[in-house]
Design a protein around this ligand. Sequence first.
Ligand code: FAD
Ligand code: FMN
Length: 601
Amino acid sequence: MSTHGDHGTGEDDQHSSASRELLILYATETGTAQETADRIARECRRVHFHCRVQSMDAYPPETLISEHLVIFVVSTTGWGAEPRAMTSLWNMLLRSDLPDDLFEDMDFCVFGLGDTAYEKFCWPAKKLSRRMQSLGGREICSRGEGDEQHRLGVDGALDPWVECLLDVLIQLYPLPHEQHSIPTGRPPPRVSLSDLASNTSLNSDPLAEDAKFHTALVKCNRRITAEDWFQDVRHFEFSFEDDIKYNPGDVAVIHPFAAASEVDSFLVTMGWANVADDFFTIEHAMLDQTLPDHLPKVVSLRILFTRYLDFNAVPRRSFFQLLRYFATDELEREKLDEFVSIEGADEMYDYCQRVKRTAWEVLSEFRSARIPREYVFDLFSPLRPREFSIASSVELHPREIHLCVAIVRYRTKLKIHRKGVCTSYLSELKPGDILRIGIRKGFISLPTDPNIPVVCVGPGTGIAPMRAVIEQRIHEGYTNTTLYFGCRSAHKDQHYHSEWESHAEAQKLRYHVACSRDGPEGVKRTYVQDLMKNDAQYIWTILGQQRGILIISGSSNKMPTAVREAVRGAVERFGGRSNVEAVEYVAAMEREGRLIEECWS
Ligand SMILES: Cc1cc2nc3c(=O)[nH]c(=O)nc-3n(C[C@H](O)[C@H](O)[C@H](O)COP(=O)(O)OP(=O)(O)OC[C@H]3O[C@@H](n4cnc5c(N)ncnc54)[C@H](O)[C@@H]3O)c2cc1C
Ligand SMILES: Cc1cc2nc3c(=O)[nH]c(=O)nc-3n(C[C@H](O)[C@H](O)[C@H](O)COP(=O)(O)O)c2cc1C
């Protein structure tokens, strides 16, 4: 293994090439960190590094000690938390018995992904780089922090960071004699494909072989908002033959299928209609680039774009960089060159990200581009599974999962109608249909002491995990649960109100609802946080004196911050704390697991 003393001597080319192994560990919730890790690996390839790119949860934490060069790429999730894939590695790094020279033979650096709209910008990346340093690792390049608020998204910080990284790598690990950096150019495709005979039959569905996924039968798909209401929210019930187990707060994982009619039209746009159903095998050629999960070895283009690749995603800059190599029309190439140049950044943002143009729409406009099939994994993002908080208690509904899902439909700034990929797929399901559903552990952990009360704050579809919590607690005989629910109109979108009202009548639940649009025009709207402010004394009694648990779920916009603010106010007014002490009190609740958040965008 190399030591720091070896770096940069340039005397031993043998050593330099032997040590040109680099591990990139990423932790992602929605895929951006994974694409970023792929991009970093491609760039490091230019200075002759061999990269392994791995998700942190697929990497055995105890082997980290034997790595000599590691790049961590980590995003940020609810209230500054680390992505779930990072938790096991992070817990290992936090162990108090680790020596402070544990990673003295390791060079590392960190690229974080976050959003400055959130208070705790890129916290996991910041904490990781501090912890690695305190364990003796040498941070060879200052931490990069990609910000979704930047007009180029995370690329705004990633581009200069990668340049800096390559400079540092060349300094510390000089290129062997007569080797030069590989100039930027069309990268080799990450797969090679071989055509198969037309009578090829498909292997079984790879999801069926993943023990985390269970076969589900649709029992119910019912609209629960009023028919004349603008938003379509559905209650789903699925039944299982497997004796599934889950806890309140756990999450259902669903791989969507793109709509058949859209896939058809997309394949026509791409000029692939005649070969859409030809089967081919996939060989993973560039091992430093990741492939979609559960990808079968034998597929057709139709299957790929139905289940594994997302032609409806809003593309990033790297998409335009690659597309440039396939456009044959001079004007189109000029335009693409402009988009990927530093000066053209604003124009590309206005053309694509601001108006949420999809990859498909871009390709419909750059018609001269002919994409070789083996480049599809380089150009298109993986079609990601979506997560939905489970809205039922398995104790009350054995072998069942219920969901509460808002069907995504909206109009872009260009007034184009858009549908959410997964919720459109779900909305079409009929009783008797079959799909596969995975179960993932959530953040919620309920008290076992019957004297500890629970306060649930779950406006909109944030009610989903709260329904699981409330069902479970009532099933176990607890009566000290409070629900703050928020909607726009009592008669249009007050999800599951008859259940809450009947539990409240039976004295098993305290139910409070804020209907923000039911008041007269011009009067201040009431939200869940306003109800909590009005109930400040009660909030202090439950959360302060009785040391209850607060669970917040729903949209990750301003609501979670406003709810924390309401709790701080209660601590100040009725707990006799100063403002600073109240802030610390709420932070301590979080550290102690008494304030739990499960929010999504
Ligand atoms: C832990 C967790 C739990 C979740 N639980 C639930 C749940 O219980 N119920 C639920 O309904 N959802 C839940 N979600 C959200 C869910 O996973 C999906 O993200 C959501 O349903 C949309 O998926 P989709 O494929 O239909 O939409 P996509 O095709 O992914 O499109 C969604 C994207 O469209 C854009 N968009 C959507 N609306 C607008 C708008 N009005 N204006 C502009 N752009 C817009 C946004 O960019 C958004 O990211 C949860 C998410 C997480 C992470
Ligand atoms: C539910 C949710 C919570 C988030 N919370 C934070 C946060 O507290 N701090 C932050 O910097 N970014 C936060 N983000 C932004 C993400 O980290 C950012 O969008 C990132 O690019 C996502 O990367 P990923 O797709 O690899 O997970 C949050 C995003 C979501 C959807």
